[in-house]
Design a protein around this ligand. Structure first.
Ligand SMILES: *[C@@H]1O[C@H](CO)[C@@H](O)[C@H](O)[C@H]1NC(C)=O
Ligand SMILES: *[C@@H]1O[C@H](CO)[C@@H](O)[C@H](O)[C@H]1NC(C)=O
Ligand SMILES: *[C@@H]1O[C@H](CO)[C@@H](O)[C@H](O)[C@H]1NC(C)=O
Ligand SMILES: *[C@@H]1O[C@H](CO)[C@@H](O)[C@H](O)[C@H]1NC(C)=O
Length: 383
């Protein structure tokens, strides 16, 4: 922007009288650009050029942010404690009046003027150059989005940055590929949730993070059973329903197949002192405010009287076996005593040796058992 400075009144009058006044030729001051949008903490260079008629001698050049009436001095920014550590005159005392300001702050947002003092007068380039200092802010239509919907995040500044600015996007600590001011997610997935921040390439300023929440109804729940083995009456069993959702599932309901009303609620369905009547197919329903889902049914089989049946049979077999063995032992003992008694009365009895043979063969020859038993009864008669 070109700022034309009026020459001092005596000169104008002189020029007008002479009829050769042309400010364009001699007096000119240009701030380029005249409006600057700068990121906080960045370095700004205000390009500035000035011309004045030949014959004038420049004594002092400085920058100020306050225009005062002519007879008062404008404050010199180079002497201002707010600026003097950060401002640098990069121009000269001829035609370049550029200035550089580092680590710009919000309080630097002002209109600035170049002022020079010649051997004849003081000049202020008004209107000046405006500097606006901005932060970066990630904006979105809402903080929350449903999975599958689209969302646009915008890296906002309070003033317009140059069109050539390249943006950098971050999700949590990852750098994303988008290089534009707007980050468009056409179909949001739950993995897209996170803290988003943006920056402008070449500048250290990064926006504060903005959290994006992605909501979705429960995934199909899965049931886990606390007991992995056989469940028998009297056991305690926990059925646990697990489902991923955002926000987290707030209602879990438990159902038994072909039973309309729910049998329980809560993520874990605890059954203590289980009864075989509870055997059946169970499923759970997980619900959050965006929807609900039911699980596949799982079978719960409770063994009734399992203890007495299995152990009872073993016990019975054991007792019968022991009884049979006892019977055989008793029988052999009995035979021995019979033989002893028989030999006392009839030492040469052939029947006795036959009986012994039969008794010894009892284990292998089942038919002999009958013989032996019949012989035994016949001996009873002898006795
Ligand atoms: C300011 O001047 C420098 C060189 O003199 C140039 O590289 C830069 O692009 C200029 N800036 C603007 C905003 O015109
Ligand atoms: C700035 O300070 C210097 C000395 O440090 C002084 O000579 C000069 O006059 C001051 N300028 C203004 C505009 O106050
Ligand atoms: C069932 O869950 C409760 C608490 O949630 C726990 O105290 C109990 O030990 C669990 N029972 C089984 C059989 O896992
Ligand atoms: C539930 O009822 C349907 C028909 O009404 C039947 O086909 C199914 O076998 C039943 N399931 C159970 C576990 O009883």
């Amino acid at each position: 922007m070109s700022v034309r400075m009026a020459p001092p009144l005596p000169l104008i009058l002189l020029l007008m009288i002479q009829g050769v006044y042309s400010a364009d030729d001699d007096w000119d001051l240009t701030y380029s650009p005249s409006h600057i949008c700068a990121l906080k903490d960045s370095t700004v260079t205000i390009n500035c050029t000035y011309t004045y008629p030949t014959g004038y001698q420049i004594n002092t050049v400085f920058w100020t942010n306050t225009v005062r009436p002519k007879d008062q001095d404008s404050p010199d920014l180079f002497n201002d404690s707010e600026y003097k550590q950060r401002i640098q005159y990069v121009g000269d005392k001829q035609h370049d009046c550029s200035v550089r300001l580092t680590d710009v702050r919000h309080t630097d947002s002002h209109e600035y003027y170049f002022k020079f003092i010649t051997d004849q007068d003081k000049w202020t380039g008004a209107p000046g150059v405006t500097l606006a200092v901005t932060d970066l802010q990630v904006e979105s239509e809402g903080e929350t989005v449903m999975e599958g919907h689209s969302v646009t995040l915008t890296c906002e500044s309070t003033c317009s940055l140059t069109d050539t600015s390249t943006f950098i996007w971050f999700r949590n600590t990852h750098t994303l590929n988008e290089r534009k001011k707007k980050l468009i997610l056409p179909s949001v997935r739950r993995e897209n949730a996170g803290d988003y921040s943006c920056a402008v390439q070449g500048h250290k300023l990064t926006s504060p993070p903005r959290r994006l929440h992605v909501f979705y109804p429960p995934d199909k729940p899965v049931i886990s059973i606390s007991s992995s083995g056989v469940i028998v009456e009297g056991d305690s069993v926990n059925l646990t329903c697990s489902s991923e959702s955002n926000p987290p599932v707030h209602i879990y309901s438990w159902f038994k197949e072909n039973q309309t009303s729910s049998v329980g609620s809560g993520q874990t369905f605890s059954i203590t002192n289980i009864n075989s009547c509870l055997s059946g197919w169970f499923y759970c329903v997980a619900q959050n405010k965006h929807g609900s889902q039911r699980s596949d049914a799982v079978s719960l089989t409770v063994k009734a009287l399992s203890f007495s049946v299995s152990f009872g049979v073993e016990l019975c077999v054991g007792v019968c076996g022991a009884s049979a063995a006892l019977l055989i032992v008793m029988f052999i003992c009995r035979r021995k005593s019979l033989r002893r008694k028989a030999s006392e009365h009839k030492p040469e009895n052939d029947d006795v040796s036959n009986d012994t043979y039969n008794a010894l063969e009892l284990k292998t020859r089942s038919s002999d058992l009958y013989d032996t038993l019949t012989r035994r009864s016949s001996k009873k008669q002898i006795l």
